[in-house]
Design a protein around this ligand. Sequence first.
Ligand code: T1G
Length: 650
Amino acid sequence: MSELVKFSRQDGVGVITVDNPPVNALSPGVPEGILAAVQNAQSDGAVDALVLIGAGRTFIAGADIKEFGKITSGERSAALGLAEVILAIEDSAKPVVCAIHGTALGGGLEVAMGAHYRVAVASAQVGQPEVKLGIIPGAGGTQRLPRLAGVARAVEMCAFGEPIKASAALESGIVDRIVEGDLLTGAIAFAREVIQRKPHKPRDRNEKLGDAANIFAAAREQARKTKRGMMAPQAAIDAVEAATTLPFEAGIKREAELFRECLFSDQSKAMIHAFFGEREVAKIPWLPKDTPVKEIRKAAVIGAGTMGGGIAMNYANAGIPVILKETTQEALDRGIATITKNYANSVKKGRFTQSVMDQRMGLLRPQLTYDGFEEADIIAEAVFEGMALKKEVFGEIDRVAKPDAILATNTSTLNIDEIASTTSRPQMVIGHHYFSPANVMRLIEIVRGKETSAEVIATSMALAKKLNKIGVLVGNCRGFVGNRMLHVYLRESESLVEEGASPAAVDRALYDFGMAMGPFAMSDLAGLDVGWRIRKEHKYPPTIADALCEMGRYGQKTGAGWYRYQDGRTPTPDPEVDALIEKLRKQRRIITDEEIVERTIGALIQEGAKTLDEGIAMRAVDIDIIYIHGYGFPVYRGGPMWYGKATIQS
Ligand code: T1G
């Protein structure tokens, strides 16, 4: 038996335990260990059934993603060695029960679906998240899942990759029982109940397979919209469709072909880079491992505007009581109304129940004073983006906050050290730069000032994880990493317009490249006046955007900016803007989409490289994660720095 897979006997049941921390991935040695245990048990007179369970915090969380690079580089064969293991489980003469806690994901769920039965604790989740890595299930998931759960559920899980709760898995036939109490005890009891029953093989269950052409058509359309530009979701739908049109073995063959196509694609390499990148950015190599992390039990947020309200929701969502302070009752009421609306929308969409909403609203304490601020472990400032006001507010919170409170600013461009200099405790000051809408966007740019203490940095990184966010640590400079790069990207976009391109053409080229939104539509959404005020404050040379602002065109919020917004949201090219551009444009020439992408993304990459040289960004992957999770850069291109590298290499 390999160290990673242990075998024991209990009440006539063989217990196969996978023990490969931290997530019981199917690393080399694990499939082999499971296979040996199942095969040996066939002739083991002391056991009549088998239970497969994971040690530690979870069941099997999938194939070992670290092995994929070795496959695509030819270092090891493409065979994951799982199909044989799953067939051995399925063909076992003795019933095999999989006992699921934590997550059964990817190859983990595929192994479980090879078993004759699955039991789970109520908190367990199961899923086929492979499309998030740019691949599809490659060990029979697209063939067995529709047989167990029906075509619609299988398409949804394989093409969109979201896990489902144990209760939904029970409902859809993936799981046979929710176990109360100890999982292993419950699984062994279940195994003993089914010893007399003839094990039925999931691959032989065709009763849930039927003509589902409309399901596939709808899913392809939805994937085209919500997974725009990605090949894996479409491939996953093709594979599940094969389960309804081909015999099992032929379906498995078709799945393997599609899996291989995806695995060797640039998209998958980029998305696996992003997967590990999300985890790497949490590691600060120069921060001593024993740096104390302060527990955040109480929070306070200053400013109940769009950002402040969203930030307060993050604390409430994490179960942390949060004071929300405003200067006027009217502004406070507006802020609370927006939070209430956001929560009600989530309840309506079934994301959580009314009682969860009530509990979170109960953690919010809206007020007009600093009462209670002396108890806050962190005070997050989210007031208007002006240095004078930020300094005034930090002067005030410096007087009311307790000595070890963290003072965080949500500034998106201003100098952290200058803000900190107004306090008696610059070592406690740090930037927590959220992205709008702050309760949705997962990124927090964590900006260290020159005096910010290691403990404040370590606590901020840990807090980001607690708030279910991705914290990326960056240095202090104008616009930090994200907005500094965005500034040159927007500047280059406007240069292209000055040279002959239309804003709509630039936006379309970058939208087709995969950006969530083109630069001009994005500027209109963010508001042109933000940049205008900053350019004026820093006496930057005048731009077309300045001329638009002088005409009162601030973007969506004024119904007009680079585009006109009849319905408030849909950008429509405006002849008035074309005329202004014509008047201000320096030259007119044909500009191709290729040139647009090359110059704008090129500008991003160059400025990114400068932030690396200056140590503002610690690693190229930090920049990639910032742009994927903060600026709508397509994950299947891996982020600007990964894309730059891949483009040069190709
Ligand atoms: N392979 C290798 N390493 C993995 C891994 C995996 N599948 N999953 C996690 N890790 C590492 C991770 O990098 C981190 O490392 C540590 O474990 C803890 O992870 C055949 C082909 C399970 C929900 O996509 O979603 O099966 O940073 O920080 O927040 O069809 O990890 O500590 O060095 O994320 O508690 C499909 C991926 C694979 C699941 C736990 N499976 N993992 O979240 O911990 S493809 C997945 C997760 C496949 C088959 C196909 C999450 C988690 P380090 P963590 P967490």
